[in-house]
Design a protein around this ligand. Structure first.
Ligand code: PLP
Length: 287
């Protein structure tokens, strides 16, 4: 496929960066993943705003404007002829002659973007096709700034692998006995018709999908709360969901081997999924 690297569109397999890049040496960089439906990036401004926040949090002054990022993304969509896709954007601090921990005064960023296909939009809400997850819980071994979308994902990979090795799909992370999020998605539970998600903090990523779901809940007058979720409450919930830009809303049917609710996607999930797809549909129709 065609990718973007430092101002040029080129074949992904041929795109290379220098070994002195601080992304390679220190994991010194940030990223975004943006879904594309019907050829249009979804919730684009929110993703670019979060990218700018991540950049300033790691003390990078580099910024491309939203319209410059959009031009890159539109070019990737057009050149790769993709309608439903996921775009990956990454900015690292770039290459410097010596390997020093000191953060260089001037940024020489490496700016990279690639695109890959996503399964097509399900127009008739084939709920039965949605994969349900089974999850385990584990102590969160990541750092204290999980609000930054940093490229250093080794802990996330190890925690995800633990789930796979125990026959589950993902891991919900626990700090101070509170469940915060999963390895690449935010966490929601439903109890007595109320949607609950942990409040924003440095221990979890401010998910664009999370924010969107809370907006949908407001609009459709489904009660919700942003509050801490003690680990033991997961197994008592009527529904558990994981949300992200590429997974959208995934129902979880087992936590540590305990069946959640009836062991199928719950009624509040079904409503929310429908609202989500309706909005995508409107985007598709250009409304
Ligand atoms: N939490 C983590 C750790 C993530 O990596 C992600 C996305 O990849 C999310 C949450 C969900 O964020 P978003 O909805 O913006 O994709």
């Amino acid at each position: 496929s065609v990718a973007y690297l430092n101002g040029e569109f080129q074949n992904l397999e041929q795109a290379t960066v220098p070994v002195l890049d601080r992304g390679f040496l220190f994991g010194d960089g940030v990223y975004e993943v943006i879904p594309v439906y019907a050829g249009k990036p979804f919730r684009f401004s929110s993703h670019i705003k979060r990218l700018h926040k991540s950049l300033s949090a790691i003390l990078m002054s580099f910024e491309l404007s939203e319209s410059e990022w959009l031009r890159i993304c539109e070019e990737l969509i057009a050149q790769n002829e993709l309608d439903n896709a996921s775009i990956y954007l990454q900015v690292t601090r770039g290459s410097y002659i010596d390997r020093h921990h000191d953060i260089p005064a001037l940024d020489t960023p490496t700016v990279f973007a690639m695109i890959s296909p996503l399964p097509p939009v399900k127009k008739d809400w084939q709920v039965a096709d949605i994969k349900s997850y089974s999850v385990i819980t584990e102590e969160d071994i990541r750092w204290q700034r999980c609000d930054i979308k940093a490229i250093t994902l080794l802990a996330n990979c190890m925690l995800k692998q633990k789930a796979l090795e125990s026959g589950a799909d993902d891991t919900i992370l626990v700090r101070n006995n509170e469940a915060s999020e999963a390895t690449s998605s935010n966490l929601f539970i439903v109890r007595d018709g109320v949607i609950i998600t942990p409040p924003l903090s440095e221990h979890l990523l401010a998910g664009v999908t999370r924010e969107f779901i809370l907006a949908l809940a407001s609009r459709h007058e489904i009660p919700f709360e942003e509050r801490a979720i003690p680990e033991h409450e997961l197994e008592l919930a009527d529904e558990v969901w994981l949300t992200s830009s590429t997974k959208e809303i995934r129902p979880v049917i087992r936590v540590n081997g305990v069946t959640i609710g009836e062991g199928v996607a719950g009624p509040v999930w079904c409503r929310m999924y429908q609202y989500y797809q309706e909005l995508k549909e409107q985007l598709y129709l250009g409304q």
